[in-house]
Design a protein around this ligand. Structure first.
Ligand code: NAP
Length: 245
């Protein structure tokens, strides 16, 4: 596991957007950030899941989160710009964005990749990430220091049989991250990617339905890296893909 000791209230006064905040790793990250003092903005596809996370955070007596229901498959460039402008006007700045939401599509031999599914995976995992980052950067730059975090995978740097569209999309994610990191190297914005490693979530279960899930890391187990990259302890880290496990 990535070695980092989480300090209490380390994210105090930070506003952090988490995509895919209704389930899996994104849900855990949103609640963890809120517990550490951040005000979180929960973006996701299924409103009921976002509301459940919102309720959980309020029940803990933490800062009231915001909910942004948005399907990354259908959202437009203008949707992202409007969202970013609203965040800027409501909070004055954005200290962090965890771009975590993505879709697996289907695991299939290369010759069988379905054009429609390939297109959907690219739309959600690549186009939406690029448009989100483009729209959010001006609001991230309003913060004294800001952290933009993409989500990659083991198949984002080494291709693997049958992982087709998803693997290709994660290679693109790493490219996107490196380009932004290089362009903003001497600025207040740092950009990195996380490779979560095998983690017990619905996505993992759909990729490996037969495995023993109790042997997997839980989303809670991998939080040290997620917190580190959002905290001021990582101010000098830029352009890296870091393994959470
Ligand atoms: P998950 O449990 O399936 O959660 C994915 C989240 O993304 C859900 O909240 C989902 O919302 C949201 N999402 C999916 N499609 C969306 C769309 N079109 N618009 C908006 N939100 C959408 O997956 P996870 O395992 O936590 O994965 C989180 C990230 O880690 C992903 O980028 C994944 O590629 C990466 N990752 C995971 C593993 C692993 O072992 N779990 C390994 C390597 C990388 P709904 O629930 O509303 O659909």
């Amino acid at each position: 596991m990535f070695e980092y000791t989480i300090k209490e209230k380390i994210l105090n006064n930070k506003t952090i957007l988490v995509t895919g905040a209704g389930a899996g790793i994104g849900k855990e990250a949103a609640i963890t950030y809120a517990k550490l003092g951040a005000t979180v903005i929960l973006l996701g596809k299924t409103v009921s899941k976002l509301e459940a996370v919102y309720d959980e955070i309020l029940a803990l007596g933490l800062a009231e989160p915001a909910i942004i229901p948005l399907d990354l498959r259908g959202a437009t460039k203008q949707n992202y710009i409007d969202m970013s402008v609203t965040i800027a006007s409501q909070y004055g700045k954005l200290n962090g964005a965890l771009l975590n939401a993505s879709m697996l599509g289907e695991l299939t031999p290369f010759t069988q990749i379905h054009e429609q599914i390939f297109g959907d995976v690219m739309k959600v995992n690549v186009n939406a990430q690029y448009l989100l980052a483009q729209a959010l950067i001006p609001t991230l730059q309003l913060a004294e220091n800001a952290s933009l975090v993409f989500t990659s995978s083991g198949v984002g740097s080494k291709g693997r049989a049958y992982w087709g569209a998803y693997s290709i999309s994660k290679f693109a994610t790493e490219g996107l991250m490196q380009i932004i990191a290089d362009e903003y190297e001497n600025s207040t914005l740092r950009t990195n990617a996380i490779n979560p490693g095998a983690t017990k979530t619905a996505m993992r279960a759909s990729a490996y339905p037969a495995e023993d899930k109790d042997k997997l890391a839980t989303p809670a187990d991998i939080m040290p890296l997620y917190v580190y990259l959002m905290s001021d302890d990582s101010l000098d880290v830029n352009g890296q893909t870091i393994k959470a496990q």
